[in-house]
Design a protein around this ligand. Sequence first.
Ligand code: PLP
Length: 419
Amino acid sequence: SSPAQATSSPAGVDVERRLLARIPGGTQLLSKRPEQFAPGQWPRFYARAKGVEVWDLDGRRYLDMSITGVGTCVLGFADDEVNAAVHAAVERGSMSTLNCVEDLVLADLLVELHPWADMVRYARTGGEALSVAVRLARAATGRSAVAFCGYHGWSDWYIAANLADSRELDGHLLPGLDPAGVPRELQATALPFRYNQPDDLRRIVADHGHDLAAIVMEPVRGNNPDPGFLEQVRRIATESGAVLIFDEVTSGLRLNTGGAHLTFGVHPDVAVFAKALSNGYPMAAVIGIGAVMEAAQRSFVSSSYWTELIGPTAAIATLTKHRRLDVGARLTAIGVRVQQGWRSAAATSGLAIEVSGIPPLSHLAFEHHPQATATLYTQLMLERGFLAGKAFYASYAHEDHLIDAYLESVHEVFGLLAT
Ligand code: PLP
């Protein structure tokens, strides 16, 4: 099939109308709400996905050069190896009454990859797993407050901070989002700090150190940490008695087969994985030192679907293939090519852009009329058969010839945007 030429989707329009009537916001993911899209942007529904190819309800084919399944499909959509394992698990039957051995196999594998960790618990989404980690940290320390940096999902412990006007501290909290339904009392326990700003954290410790249960952050966020930053955070956590939790939901499995913190050589007390861990199937893991993880015995951390067969099966298959093929190195190589391609297309066309992010998680910004130009870029790329936006998350399925085709269109579109 050929790349898409048109952006309207007659079949999709009807489904969209029905969906909006039945599901508040029409989606389960805030960033997919219709109001987040300019008219004529990405199709809202897909029929099928394979590798980085996606087909919409009208049979048009696109190449996903955006964030590949909201950062989940690090091996590509419907990866054959992961799917074969999942198919076999489906045939065996997934159930939760008894434990599956895969829970143990995966725990052993995660600890082998992260030798500082002793024990593992599971959830099925990143937000859930972060809540588990925070519950464990609070149970282990007997404290309440949590310092955090970055986005950590929809849970009360974290989103309560958006009740404060903390936008200048954190670009990830959506402007204007007032999370109705979150108790105002929690605001006092959710304390934001800025990445690469250890003094923010020192201030929080000075004011709340005696009640600080956890410091939650992504080890890498956008660009690399400043030299010594992660080491300083580690020291502050140890000295204040707070549990250091690295949120590896998005950063995990990008730079290596495991947490990005392995690359930076700084170990947390707890690390949380989801998204890429299971390449498209719901799975999340909380790994940590025994002194924190054992607090699960004294707290309440339990859910029926946290113990079933499909999630751990998908994660074992994903980690196994990822490690065998050194997928982290490949993702970096792909990201470097894309960043170079953006820069060279911008230089040729005289378009002012800013490129940021570690190569596997690359970001593109336009200097003049940033939002309007980004919208136009997405529309012009869509006409050429690409799902493309301000972020590019590399997938193992981004084969060289697909990157070639993408960068050729980027050159052409940057030329149009510059005029
Ligand atoms: N933490 C980080 C760093 C994330 O990027 C996300 C999702 O984008 C989450 C947590 C929440 O994970 P989930 O959407 O699986 O609940």
